[in-house]
Design a protein around this ligand. Structure first.
Ligand code: HEM
Length: 489
């Protein structure tokens, strides 16, 4: 890194940062919660500093203004992904979320994926009162989840909700991607849910080969496990995509896979310019499948925990639902009528900050930041957690308070909502934000319209996350009590 600076022949001021050991760099200083460690380090080194993860120099960016500089103003210079060993499994060169290839064909790839997601998630349904297919799929899954929650409470008195939530969200993603939902006990379905979980666990564990590059050649399980899981997932997705390719009918769009096939084949037919080949369609579906699964289920897992931890907040949401929707089934368009519920969701995003960093970025060219020179191909971490807990933006940031997002008329303060950083921003921003916000809203309102969620009497709840790509709460038990006023399905 230092050589790269020197070779530029410029007089450089080196980035501040903690002293690091040879080979392991600052790995031992990261602790169990690196986003908190970086928040502490910021006090000493400022918004931008350099650490070494093993032998890899990483620029850490904190503070809203500096994050905006990196993701928006200088977005093009920071829009790459680093060449990490773990990503190389996920990417296999074709994923637009993880691949190191950044340029015009990447932009086209992301545009095609965004269009397919948008086109499909707004696609009309002819068979129900729902406004679109996405709403129909989510409604169906939440109805099932409400039943499962009530049954589990009857049978066991209380239960751990993670599994049921994961299956419900996985089914929405399956329906989105392949037009198909599964029974929660279906063997193929459970295998895929498990493989996805294994892949996430294997990729969340600090992989030594990411930080000490020569380790990638060692035949160790911790280094190579993610490849196995990724390949199993890719095989499942490839089978579905192949099936879609052979049954595709341009006049009957079933799901995102059809929408992707449609865009790619139509564009090629009219312009003869390259779009995505069939392998790239498979990896695009894989990107959407993986991204839409863990994030939304983690968000719901946190939301239910906050609801049982703060029963008075849960009661206010139910009051808002009863007053503004009554017994009619909630719909996406009701979001504007339920500002307190929207405020709650944004406060979960902010307070839990369950995705503390964006996916790592990488510089695409030599650049400067805050007066410091940063060479091309430098890995960059964006500390979203720090922004979401910054005392210069948020009053009493550690307090969980949906009210902070409401003005004196009880309306949602949109400019404050925009300051919550959970989907990233700029070129690499999450393309599923609208889908995720709609999905989470419908899950919460449908569940709370029909059930009251309680913690077990005398149980102590713990809001400390366990660190990972998407941070989970520690396991907890809840009880679901049917509401006398609820009944819509
Ligand atoms: C990327 C958050 C749901 C698709 C990301 C990133 C974040 C994020 C932080 C990385 C941004 C960056 O690197 O700068 C979330 C959260 C979600 C959610 C908090 C739910 C609460 C979804 C859903 C989908 C999706 C439902 C699709 C169905 C993607 C894709 C990328 C991405 C494809 C990669 C974008 C790129 O590399 O340019 N998301 N996401 N996400 N998300 Fe989401």
């Amino acid at each position: 890194f230092v050589r790269a600076l020197m070779s530029k022949g410029r007089k450089q001021v080196s980035l501040p940062g903690p002293w690091s050991f040879p080979i392991i760099g600052n790995l031992l200083q990261l602790g169990d919660h690196p986003y908190l460690t970086f928040t502490e380090m910021r006090k000493k080194y400022g918004d931008v500093f350099l650490i070494k993860l093993g032998m890899v120099p990483v620029v850490v960016v904190n503070g809203m203004e500096m994050v905006k500089q990196v993701l928006l103003k200088d977005g093009e210079h920071f829009a790459g992904r680093p060449n990490m060993h773990t990503f190389s499994f996920l990417a296999e060169g074709k994923s637009f979320s993880f691949s190191v290839n950044y340029g015009e064909s990447w932009k086209l790839h992301k545009k095609i994926a965004s269009n397919a997601l948008r086109t499909f998630s707004k696609a009309e349904t002819k068979s129900s009162t729902c406004s679109c297919l996405l709403e129909e799929h989510v409604t169906e899954e939440v109805s099932e989840l409400v039943k499962i929650f009530a049954e589990l409470t009857l049978k066991k008195g209380s239960f751990e909700p993670r599994n049921a939530i994961t299956c419900a969200v996985a089914n929405v993603v399956c329906a989105l991607c392949f037009g198909k939902r599964y029974d929660h006990n279906d063997e193929e379905f459970l295998r895929i849910v498990k493989t996805n979980d294994d892949l996430l666990k294997a990729s969340s564990a600090a992989n030594p080969a990411d930080f000490i590059p020569c380790f990638r050649y060692l035949p160790l399980r911790i280094i190579n496990a993610p490849r196995e899981f990724y390949q199993a997932l890719n095989k499942f997705i490839a089978l579905h995509v192949q099936d879609h390719l052979s049954t595709y009918d341009k006049d009957h769009m079933r799901d995102i896979t059809d929408a992707l096939i449609n865009t790619c084949h139509k564009k090629y037919a009219t312009t003869k310019t390259a779009t995505l080949n069939d392998d790239e369609i498979i990896s695009t579906v894989n990107d959407l499948f993986g991204a839409g699964f863990e994030t939304v289920s983690t968000c719901l897992y946190w939301s239910f925990l906050y609801l049982i931890h703060y029963p008075e907040i849960q009661a206010k949401i139910q009051e808002e639902i009863d007053g503004n929707i009554g017994l009619k089934p909630p719909r996406f368009e009701d979001r504007k009528m339920l500002p307190y519920t929207e405020a709650f969701i944004n406060e979960v995003f902010r307070h839990a900050s369950f995705i503390p960093f964006t996916i790592p970025h990488c510089t695409t060219a030599d650049t400067t930041l805050n007066g410091y020179f940063i060479p091309r191909n430098t890995c960059t971490f964006i500390n979203m957690y720090q922004v979401n807990h910054d005392e210069t933006i948020w009053d009493n940031p550690s307090l969980f308070s949906p009210e902070r997002f409401l003005n004196e008329n009880g309306e949602l303060n949109r400019s404050l909502v925009d300051k919550v950083l959970i989907f990233g921003m700029g070129i690499r921003k999450c393309l599923g934000e609208d889908v995720a916000r709609n999905e989470v809203f419908l899950f919460l309102t449908m569940v709370l319209q029909q059930l009251t969620l309680n913690k077990c009497p005398r149980a102590e709840l713990d809001l400390t996350p366990t660190y990972g790509l998407a941070m989970k709460p520690r396991p907890y038990q809840l009880q679901a009590e049917p509401r006398s006023t609820g009944g819509a399905s």
